[in-house]
Design a protein around this ligand. Structure first.
Ligand SMILES: Cc1cc2nc3c(=O)[nH]c(=O)nc-3n(C[C@H](O)[C@H](O)[C@H](O)COP(=O)(O)O)c2cc1C
Length: 180
């Protein structure tokens, strides 16, 4: 696939086959995330990969609930990846305060997309989840108190069909030079 084909091929997959995911593939996705850019090269992230079936089910259960009633599909994902946000390095933290911009959140978004694009390259499906119960997950996975879980990624061999992308048009998002 060309890069453009890969971008078009990646989608949020919300149904997975039971087929397990090879660790070599997961490692390549982690490598893609590892080399992602970040503000001041802070790399404020690490990834907890859950492929143990029992723990995976417990983690999946924390991505939906009474209020969050829409991520039930995560129960079908053989792998869950919890993206942990660390405090940025001092330079990026100072920059974040001065510029009032959460650089570490921007950073993990980029790293997560690197991860998901590599997964697509490996014929694996993913879905980023921004809705989950952070507290119980933090406890269950022993995440230290100064770290945050900002994203969970479901992963597995997809069992849903490719969809057309619903997106703004190029005309809606393009401005050259000053906004018209
Ligand atoms: C930060 C973030 C949080 C998201 N949270 C969820 C979620 O909790 N549940 C879900 O089903 N999809 C979630 N998504 C997936 C988006 O709904 C999806 O990317 C968007 O609709 C575009 O569709 P596509 O990924 O198939 O191209 C999330 C995506 C991002 C980037």
């Amino acid at each position: 696939m060309t890069f453009m084909e890969l971008c078009k091929f990646r989608q949020s997959n919300r149904k997975y086959k039971t087929q397990p995911v090879e660790r070599e593939k997961i490692e390549r996705c982690l490598e893609a995330a590892r080399i992602a850019p970040s503000a001041c090269n802070s790399q404020p992230w690490y990834f907890v990969v859950i492929d143990d079936p029992e723990l995976r089910a417990k983690v999946a259960r924390e991505t939906f609930g009474v209020i969050l009633n829409f991520n039930h599909f995560s129960m079908t994902a053989p792998v869950m990846v919890v993206v942990v946000t660390e405090p940025s390095n001092l330079t990026a933290r100072v920059g974040s305060v001065i510029k009032n911009r959460p650089y570490n959140l921007i950073d993990i978004g980029i790293a997560a997309e690197h991860f998901c694009l590599q997964a697509a390259e490996e014929d694996l499906g993913t879905c980023m989840l921004g809705w989950f119960n952070e507290k119980p997950l933090t406890k269950m996975l022993n995440i230290p108190a100064n770290k945050k879980i900002d994203l969970v990624i479901t992963m597995g061999y997809p069992d849903d069909k490719p969809r057309d992308k619903t997106r703004k048009t190029i005309d809606e998002i393009r401005h050259y030079n000053v906004e018209k």
